[in-house]
Design a protein around this ligand. Sequence first.
Ligand code: PLP
Length: 393
Amino acid sequence: MKFSERAMQVTPSATVKVSNTAKAMIRQGIDVINLGIGEPDFKTPKVISDAAISAIQAGKTSFYTPASGLPQLKEAIANRIKQDYGVIYPADQISVTSGAKMGLYVLMQALVDQGTEVLLPKPSWVSYRQQVLLAGGKPVVVETGDDFKITPETLDAAVTRNCKVLVINSPQNPTGTVYSKDELAAIGKWAVFHNIILIADDIYGKLVYNQNAFYSLVQAGDEIAASTVLVNGVSKAYSMTGWRIGYVAGAPELISKVNSILSHSTGNPATVSQYAAIAAFESDQSEVETMRKAFEERLNKIYPLVQEIPGFKLAAKPQGAFYLFPNVEEAVKLAGLNSSAELVDVLLKKAHVAVVDGDAFGMSGYLRLSYAASLENLLTAVERITKFMNQFL
Ligand code: PLP
């Protein structure tokens, strides 16, 4: 079969692939610990699941909602944004999508033409690059320093006349990096000056640790907010990855285009999930805090242990999200291997721990470990990797 050029460019998601392999090994009875995927291990809070059950029992399943989402959900999102960020988005500036991933995909479809360049920090989440390619665009990598942060200087070095969009993800997947308000303001000012649209992927915004603060680009001043499209969702903060609800908030004319594309692609996100999301945004947020604290405890326990693994080098302690991104070049050499991809392979086969190769995020020589797993599993996984690496000392 001959595929479209678009389809030929796309590769499967490395994070999904490693996680599927790990899950298949687990089904075969192999005791694999899966640190491969960003999936919180908590149950969705009961108040949220109960809202979905009530929606089913009330028969709210046999109708389409507007493709852009239920008006009540948009109102709940607007209120949450106002409470969290102090910024006001009327309902016609919000579109509900089947996960933040779909929101980002639709944005690329709405903004990117053949050859349009999109600035992506190095490293960054696996799907941005693929979504840009699927839209016919060209991903342009922005270099970062030891702190994994882009700056106006590194942006200056990367920008071309064809650049139209810059994606900022803070807290960042895969590094856990969190940008300060001043850093965001500097990047935002740079983007406004260059007439570049900012996409703020705030999906990990609720997951910031150890007294560090989270700011969104939309809080960096009116001019920057006006050039920014906000993307967020319920997957990470509310442990709702399976419900597939995200949203996009931005200028009315852009949201109108997003809505048209949605109306011909996914249509509305699952109605029942939308009712669950209303409960997530409107209910008491204490369970979000309970989960945040659990992630914080895990980070504080495993960060020093991962630092001690022979050949693993961690940069400064991550401030948010739920990933560690150690440099493993020395570990690769110690184990007599050729690449971090080979290390991922042997860690899965020999140590029975699934992690993701940094190459998936644009940085070979690194690994991503997710600490969205129980503390017990995390400690066992680190022990297994340490034991595996110790044999080469
Ligand atoms: N953005 C980033 C940086 C992510 O890591 C993820 C999920 O892993 C998403 C977006 C997508 O989240 P959702 O489950 O809402 O589609």
